[in-house]
Design a protein around this ligand. Sequence first.
Ligand code: NDP
Length: 435
Amino acid sequence: HPWSRRRGHTVVSDDERTPVSTPGVLAVEIGTLPPIGVVPEKMHAQVVRQDRYGDPSAAFVPETVSTPRIGPGEVLVAVMAAGVNYNNVWAARGYPVDQIATRQKSGEPEDFHIGGSDASGIVYAVGDGVTDWQPGDHVVVHPGVWDEADPWITAGKDQMVAPSARIWGYDTNYGAFGQFTRAQAHQLMPKAEHLSWAEAAAPTLVGTTAYRMLHGWAGNTLQDGDLVLVWGGSGGLGTQASQLVAAAGGRAIAVVSGDDRGEYAMKYGAIGYLDRRKYDHWGIPPLVDDNEGQKAWSAGARAFGKDLWTIAGGREEPAIVFEHPGAATVPTSIFLCQPGGMVVICAGTTGFDAMVDLRYHWTRQKRLQGSHGTNDAQAYAYNDLVRAGKLDPVVGRVLPFAEIPRSHAEMGRGEEVFGNTVHLVGAADPTTGRS
Ligand code: NDP
């Protein structure tokens, strides 16, 4: 990886990787599996190439490619089901980052991208030094990838802040949209036995991200009884966030557009919801010397806050605001957040150029905290809650492997879908895998 190389520490380079396939074994059909440990030379995958970057409906094409090789510390997992996230809409567009060019510059030979940052599956092969996992283990994969020899990590600091940290199946090749995926052994976690393959593939990326946002930032971690405002309360992140808040004894109030979405949010842990379509103070507030404009903006934000108090049952500001819309909502989030509280943000879906009125920010001593991905400890803690049946994976729909281009095109157009979308890869139907 370019960062790692620049800093001069070791990574698994492609020439350290060796094939683990059995010569002469052909790719199996989608919906079937070879015997445990038998790795075909070729596999089916939904492949993105540079000459078709653009709309995901045409950028993803099913191809037969060589099964990935693995190196020290890596594992090969037969994918049973794969979850969909927005990051592979970007990968398909080749914008804002051309992932294929980026990887080639850092020495990876492939001229294609196989994405997918959520998977459930079965371990088929392990690389040198992997002792925790063996062929036949049922797993899910968390999306945090890094170089274990990164000095930041060997110093014991947060893995996901390390210069070598990346997102598997977006920054790395051979993600979940092929029959076999390559991951680092520490990314694997035991699959919840009560969930089907499809259910298990749904929540890990959004759930671990939400876990880090709520529990990862010392000084402002979620406490019993805390009030939390959750934007996009019926979405992938939001449904996990509200469930995590409820599981920790807090109270989540969701923001949504529409009653059907509000009811969906309440099904997954929110104590109530605000319909953002009833307010119009969104976006960047008027400049500080525009008194009238500022007054009008404050009136809008206060009306929103008053409705929040009604749901909370008294004058109470949220200790944590769970942010990802960005430009449209950050001014309101900061305005409403409790003094000493935290607005924690992991995306800027409505725009990256948000505005913060620093007068209130410093005098009320609020925190605006960026958050991205997950480290191992956070992912494992999240997965333990899933395995204990305390969190629902919130499966919206289960689609065939062939519809990976379509689901990404729909996501790219912003078409509203409740819950997480999952595609079947090795699993024959949406319910298999429960035990
Ligand atoms: P979803 O599409 O499932 O949910 C997003 C929600 O945002 C929608 O449900 C919608 O709810 C709400 N929304 C849309 N427009 C606005 C607006 N103008 N103002 C307020 N809310 C709005 O997406 P996810 O929850 O899966 O992901 C959200 C973002 O987080 C994406 O950009 C994603 O890429 C990013 N992300 C980042 C991660 C990281 O590690 N950094 C990890 C996971 C996701 P409604 O219309 O009901 O208000």
